[in-house]
Design a protein around this ligand. Structure first.
Ligand SMILES: [Zn+2]
Length: 63
């Protein structure tokens, strides 16, 4: 595995991951998979960044 310096997309992905995880830890609705009003945008943001990050990883692997 090649080691890469943390970059902006990765940092935003991690920040979104932490935000969503921290919220879910205190939210029974999100724990049950039913996104609440404040939680939905957090999960949406995480999903978007995760997609972008994975898409980029896949692209890099093809090199
Ligand atoms: Zn929630």
């Amino acid at each position: 595995m090649t080691k890469q310096p943390p970059d902006d997309l990765y940092l935003r992905y991690m920040a979104a991951f932490r935000a969503a995880t921290a919220h879910t830890a205190d939210c029974p609705a999100c724990q049950a998979g039913q996104d609440c009003a404040p939680g939905a945008p957090l999960h949406e943001r995480l999903a978007r960044l995760q997609d972008a990050y994975r898409a980029r990883q896949a692209k890099q692997r093809r090199r």
